[in-house]
Design a protein around this ligand. Structure first.
Ligand code: PMP
Length: 344
């Protein structure tokens, strides 16, 4: 390829360097400045491109991965999509064990990228042989020359965000960031970004978002695993029913929990007010930010960065479907559908 042509060798060169966008309307009347990091601008449309590329390239550097090898992972969908994309370009087989809670759109997208998908029941304990962890572990044992990414227990997940998301935010805010608001699933995003930011300025506050039905907030406060906290919920990718080692709980100052219903309505509100078509957990992050605001977390000197992890197109049959919202009982006296479709 001629050097003077402005072309990319492949989509992997577009991973990272996502934009930070000023929120204008949804935070109207709030003291301080609010910015969203739009991870949907990654080529795989989520923050998970960063970890897929980083972990696979680290394995290549260490000589663990050879052409034609198999990459295995458990995933709520986004990590799978990113691994499938990287595998496709780099010539690896990709096997994904996913939760049955993942949207049909996500599962179909994984197959489109050439991945082999195992759909595993969502509401079984992590040590059940049918859980996606156990299925992935078994396949890893059975398939020679396979690499198990294991994002919940892989320190490189944190490392990926330490080397990309953190430095990007620091540069984009010219070091003026005062608070980071981010969802925690594996914890890689919040932990890696937090470690980098706190290294630059230890006063930066790291505010995590967890789901009702997940153990993370309670664990952060007590350092005890309380299984009473666990019950089924609908948000995909947020919270957990186990304690991931990819979460650095010491780097996080606080957690706030959000409900399925509030997160869904807030995602719809982001689309309507900011013109940003983002995923369910972006709604959760924004909802958490509102809760933190109400608790008096921010003032006129605050420069708050919140992370919007993925794109709304993955949730068309869920939070962006009025039928689905109705089925969940999410339209009530507080929240009515604002969608308009006029038959002509
Ligand atoms: N949002 C979505 C949509 C996700 O898929 C994930 C990853 N599970 C997260 C947020 C949380 O990111 P992390 O795993 O880095 O904590």
């Amino acid at each position: 390829m001629r050097e003077d042509l402005k072309v990319y060798d492949n989509v992997l060169q577009l991973v990272g360097n996502t934009p930070l966008i000023h929120l204008n309307k949804i935070t109207e009347g709030y003291k301080g400045q609010y910015f969203a990091k739009i991870e949907a601008f990654n080529p795989g449309h989520s923050s998970k491109d960063r970890i897929a590329l980083h972990i696979i390239e680290e394995a290549e550097r260490k000589g663990i991965l050879k052409p034609g090898d198999t990459i295995i992972e458990t995933t709520s969908g986004n990590t799978g999509f990113s691994i499938a994309m990287v595998s496709c370009i780099k010539g690896y087989e990709c096997i994904l064990a996913v939760s049955s809670k993942s949207s049909k759109d996500k599962i179909d997208m994984l197959k489109t990228m050439g991945a082999k998908v195992y759909v595993c029941p969502a509401n079984v304990p992590a040590d059940d042989p049918r859980s996606y962890y156990e299925v992935a572990k078994r396949l890893h044992k059975e398939i020679k020359g396979s690499v198990y990414i294991n994002q919940y227990f892989n320190e490189l997940n944190i490392d990926a965000h330490f080397h990309s998301t953190g430095p990007e935010i620091w540069k984009q805010t010219e070091g003026k960031i005062t608070h980071l608001v981010a969802c925690s699933g594996t914890g890689g995003t919040i932990s890696g970004t937090a470690r980098f930011l706190k290294q630059q300025n230890s006063d930066i506050k790291i505010l995590g978002i967890d789901a009702f039905g997940s153990v993370l907030k309670k664990y952060h406060e007590t350092r005890k695993f309380d299984k009473e906290e666990i019950y089924p919920y609908r948000i995909e990718g947020l919270g957990k029913n186990l304690i991931p080692t990819a979460t650095d709980f010491d780097a996080i100052d606080k957690f706030s929990k959000v409900t399925d219903e509030d997160a869904a309505h807030t995602a719809r509100e982001i689309a309507k007010t900011e013109g940003l078509f983002v995923g369910y957990t972006s709604g959760a992050a924004m909802q958490g930010l509102k809760q933190y605001y109400e608790e008096g977390e921010f003032d006129e000197n605050s420069n708050v960065v919140l992370i919007f992890p993925d794109h709304g197109s993955r949730y068309m049959s869920k939070i962006y479907s009025d039928d689905w919202m109705n089925e969940q009982g999410f339209f009530d006296t507080q929240h009515e559908s604002t969608s308009q479709s006029i038959e002509v």
